[in-house]
Write a protein that binds this ligand. Structure first.
Ligand SMILES: Cc1cc2nc3c(=O)[nH]c(=O)nc-3n(C[C@H](O)[C@H](O)[C@H](O)COP(=O)(O)OP(=O)(O)OC[C@H]3O[C@@H](n4cnc5c(N)ncnc54)[C@H](O)[C@@H]3O)c2cc1C
Ligand SMILES: NC(=O)c1ccc[n+]([C@@H]2O[C@H](COP(=O)([O-])OP(=O)(O)OC[C@H]3O[C@@H](n4cnc5c(N)ncnc54)[C@H](O)[C@@H]3O)[C@@H](O)[C@H]2O)c1
Length: 484
């Protein structure tokens, strides 16, 4: 490569979904872009997170739905076809190969440099290729850190030697463990407990807090806990793990427990243990110290995704690495915003649109980020919970509805169980948060996102008529209860 080729308008560190989108937006705006990737193009999402986890969960949910539908119950009574489920998961990860994504980058006109990238100084990135060769890239306008996150493991005696599963093993395992202990009560824990239980493992879920999904409306965790227990998962709340031991490499793992839920026999044995205990930023070895930032920290960005405290304003961070919302779709949204910001600044546009909901700010990260938890029942939420809204000082009214009372829901599944909540800002007369829990509610969520993001006045929402008999008629019930 000649030296001239190593100068680009934008350098993107990390080719996960966010880096790919940012490079694409910058390129579409007429800038030259290069992307640096140390593992697989497509990132965590494609190979060890969203795609494989949802491929494992889809048949679980399809079977559960069938079992609740008179006429097909009998046909769905048997176990899952485990080899077929795992093979489908493998296909969705392209068997952990990234040729297709490499081709896409090429077709999009984005250059790729494989290797580990480190920031070497203002607008400079040095890449060490797998064969040890080094190459320095220079950016005319911006460097964007899209290096994502990795599983965070607690400091626990014996953990390193116990070969724990993280989200990577939980999404890529080729065999169903006989007994799986899952530590954590967040999204990875409940989704993976759902999947591996349905695939045949005996699952024990160890939660140090009082319930599941603590960042969501309380009824979400309660309904998911009820369903997991009915599915045969042993749920132990108020239970912490204090030690992990695997005496024989091929033998079982013993967990020592503490807390009110630990009980008299404060150890359990399992064949595998999954730590689903949150994420850590992949910023420990990207040269942050060379630009006055602390390695290993989440990158602090403003609403345009520009990293704060870097003279010259050339450093951006989007996706998990900035910790605004650890979700693929929010990271890609940030990538679209940051791409537009970088292009506007490169073109010398005098003013950016930085008022809330403007073209150059990621307002939805804080005001309207949607999330679907693909458990059975599903949880779908957007915006603020009632508790979040109250602690932000908003004057709110909360309206709850039993989803099982909606005609479309009772047709969808026999004995449909679910609940919906809307949080109304009384001073602004629009929704600021909505949560649905129940089978198939994931596909309802975008209606709620529109209401929250577009700040549709309640009186106008009243004219949005849900089709009969669909689950979306819950909107009518919520609005009737609100208007009285
Ligand atoms: C089990 C699981 C399931 C999930 N399911 C969902 C879901 O259903 N929906 C959803 O919205 N979100 C989901 N998430 C979250 C989602 O995976 C992340 O939010 C998303 O992957 C973030 O994208 P990213 O591009 O920021 O980072 P990543 O996907 O982590 O990609 C970062 C890339 O940067 C590369 N990289 C890192 N450091 C360097 C370096 N120094 N040099 C070169 N390359 C580097 C990495 O190799 C990687 O390819 C899930 C997460 C987990 C763990
Ligand atoms: N469907 C989806 O959208 C989806 C699916 C999976 C993951 N994700 C994203 O990935 C991110 C990571 O998920 P996650 O579940 O790993 O993190 P999380 O932050 O959602 O949950 C981690 C849980 O582990 C607990 N915990 C932390 N340290 C612990 C310890 N030492 N012992 C016991 N418990 C401990 C926490 O209290 C928390 O409840 C989430 O922010 C989520 O948004 C999204």
């Amino acid at each position: 490569m000649g030296a001239a080729m190593d100068v680009y308008d934008v350098i993107v560190l990390g080719a996960g979904p966010v880096g790919e989108n940012l490079a694409d937006r910058a390129h579409a705006a007429g800038l030259s872009a290069v992307i640096v990737e140390s593992e697989l193009i497509g990132g965590e999402c494609s190979y060890w997170a969203c795609m494989p986890s949802k491929a494992l969960l889809r048949p679980v949910i399809a079977r559960a739905d069938a079992r609740r539908t008179p006429g097909v119950q009998q046909a769905a009574a048997g176990p899952l076809d485990v080899p077929a489920v795992l093979a489908n998961r493998d296909a969705f990860t392209s068997h952990w190969k990234d040729d297709g994504q490499a081709q896409w980058l090429e077709s999009a006109g984005i250059d790729l440099v494989r290797g580990h990238g480190r920031i070497d100084g203002p607008r400079k990135v040095t890449v060490t290729a797998p064969d040890g060769q080094r190459r320095t890239l220079t950016a005319r306008h911006a460097v964007a850190v899209c290096t994502g996150s990795r599983a965070a493991l607690p400091e626990l005696r014996g953990l390193a030697d116990a070969r724990p599963w993280t989200s990577r093993e939980a999404t890529s395992a080729q065999h169903v463990p006989g007994r799986l202990a899952v530590v954590g009560g967040g999204v990875v824990a409940v989704e993976m407990a759902t999947a591996w239980r349905a695939l045949g493992a005996e699952v024990t879920l160890l939660v140090r807090g009082r319930g599941l999904l603590p960042r969501m409306e309380p009824f979400a965790g309660e309904l998911v806990a009820e369903a997991l227990t009915e599915a045969g998962v042993v749920l132990r709340t108020d239970t912490s793990v204090t030690e992990v031991r695997r005496s024989e490499p091929a033998g079982p793992v013993t967990l020592t427990l503490a807390g009110d839920g630990a009980g008299a026999n404060a150890t359990i044995e399992a064949d595998e243990v999954l730590f689903a205990t949150g994420r850590a930023p992949r910023t420990d070895d990207i040269g942050l110290e060379n630009v006055g930032l602390r390695p290993g920290t989440w990158l602090d960005v403003d609403d345009t995704c520009q990293v704060r405290g870097v003279p010259g304003g050339w450093l951006y961070a989007a996706g998990d690495s900035n910790h605004r919302a650890l979700l693929t779709h929010q990271g890609k949204y940030q990538a679209r915003i940051a791409g537009a910001v970088i292009a506007a600044r490169a073109q010398g546009l005098p003013l950016l649109e930085t008022d809330p909901w403007g073209a150059h700010v990621a307002t939805a990260d804080t005001a309207g980020a949607p999330q679907v938890v693909f458990t059975d029942p599903e949880v779908a939420a957007v915006g603020l919970t009632a508790a979040d809204a109250e602690s932000a000082g908003r004057r709110i009214r909360v309206v709850d509805q039993d989803l099982g009372q909606v005609a479309g829901a009772s047709l969808y599944a026999d004995g449909y169980r679910g609940r919906a909540r809307m949080v109304v800002d009384l001073d602004r007369d629009h929704l600021i948060g909505v949560t649905f829990v129940g089978p198939a509610v994931g596909e309802l969520l975008h209606s709620a996102s529109l209401a929250v993001v577009a700040e549709i006045p309640i009186e106008r929402l009243w004219h949005a008529v849900p089709a009969y008999p669909t689950i979306s008629e819950v909107w009518l019930r919520l609005l009737e209860a609100y208007r009285g």
